[in-house]
Design a binder for this molecule. Structure first.
Ligand SMILES: Cc1ncc(COP(=O)(O)O)c(C=O)c1O
Length: 376
């Protein structure tokens, strides 16, 4: 890793013409690629069979995922976004969807695609997951759905949210994009609420290259999602509702199955890396780390630093965050700024891909954080 060149706080961000902190660029991420030999063997089988979709690899993945998650049904889909869209469509919801104020855009998109109005409630500042108290205050008569995110794999306060939804007769769905392998009170994330939807995209611990899994114990909902991912075609092309093509291909399912191998070790490894960063950076002023409460296991995928002052040089932030920083500086606002960290070819602090150099990333972070003034 190159040493961060001195950059003055008065310099504009690189995207606005300032000197780049990493002139040679940074690799965005290194996915945990499943064992190549096995994938190639399976791809050979799939291509020889001519069965490219709706075949045995998808069915087997669904069975294995359901077994691992301890749920009655898993429905493999082309992405988490499509899975969330399908669940909401399959549940036949309308009105308002209550969402966390801090989540990925796809959570809100899934609601908006279904003509539900996204209404945002605050997250708990420690865990960054949807606050049940804020949800209770924000819910209204139009609310038909709570769509809560297990942020960075940290399980939500599922009991409180379940009670809130149950008492109000509304649906509870979890955006579990980051949470395959997360646990809450000893139980795997997957069986909470009416449904939970996982992402199998490259930054996750379970990788299909692109893909998603809907997990649910609701037979009716599972059946409608299964039909819905296939244009809502029940088999005779007399479509039951407006569906999607959200099928997972056989090749993606083969990659995901291979990725199930070594899953636990990868989760442990990410948590070890997170621990390393937390210990090494604990005393650096101005930052803290999201809390994974006792009894819950996340894996801090893309874990963040919570900065109480603007971060800049030495930390590569996304374009949106750079713009935010500019606004933040210009307006002299003092609210905390959240920035995920991209360093040394690694996005976040816990990417577990080959060659992760935690030591050099930590020293770079220390340097970047401790040398910046508190304000400017
Ligand atoms: C919280 C959250 N929800 C949804 C998604 C979308 O997942 P996908 O890319 O599989 O559609 C992501 C992507 O990482 C995410 O972080």
């Amino acid at each position: 890793m190159s040493i961060v060149p001195p950059i003055a706080m008065s310099d504009p961000p690189a995207i606005l013409g300032g000197p780049p902190a990493f002139p040679e660029g940074l690799q965005f991420l290194r996915p945990s690629v499943p064992p190549k030999e096995r994938v190639l063997r399976d791809v050979e089988t799939i291509l020889s069979s001519g069965n490219l979709t709706n075949g045995p690899f998808v069915r087997r993945l669904e069975e294995r995922a359901a077994e691992y998650l301890g749920v009655r049904h898993c429905v493999a889909v082309s992405s988490c976004t499509a899975g969330l869209m399908l669940v909401i469509r399959a549940a036949g919801l309308s009105g308002d969807a209550l969402l966390p104020s801090f989540t990925f855009a796809a959570t809100a998109h899934a609601a908006a695609w279904n003509q539900l109005r996204p209404v945002f409630a605050d997250v708990d500042p420690k865990t960054l997951t949807l606050s049940p108290d804020a949800s209770a205050r924000t819910m209204g008569v139009r609310t038909s759905l709570i769509l809560a995110t297990h942020t960075f794999g940290t399980p939500c306060a599922v009991e409180e949210l379940s009670a809130l939804a149950g008492n109000s007769g509304i649906k509870l769905v979890f955006d579990a994009a980051h949470a395959f392998g997360s646990r809450h009170a000893g139980a795997p994330v997957g069986g909470f609420g009416d449904a939970e939807v996982f992402s199998l995209s490259p930054t996750k611990v379970l990788v299909a290259s692109e893909g998603g899994i809907i997990a649910t114990n609701d037979d009716l909902l599972a059946g409608r999602c299964r039909i819905g991912r296939d244009y809502a075609n029940p088999g005779d092309y007399d479509c039951l509702f407006v569906g999607l093509n959200a099928r997972m291909s056989e090749i993606h399912a083969a990659i995901a199955q291979a990725s199930l191998e070594g899953l636990e070790q990868r989760i442990e490894h990410r948590n070890e890396l997170a621990g390393l960063y937390i210990r090494a950076l604990a005393n650096v002023p101005g930052i803290s780390f999201p809390l994974v409460p006792p009894g819950r296991r996340g894996y801090r995928d893309q874990a963040l630093l919570r900065a109480t002052r603007p971060l800049h040089a030495g930390l590569s932030v996304t374009i949106r965050q750079e713009r935010e920083l500019v606004r933040y500086r210009g307006g002299g606002r003092s609210r905390p700024h959240f920035a995920s960290v991209e360093l040394d070819g690694q996005r976040g602090t816990t990417e577990s891909g080959p060659g992760h150099r935690a030591d050099s990333a930590i020293s770079c972070l220390r340097e970047a954080l401790s040398s910046r003034p508190e304000s400017h």
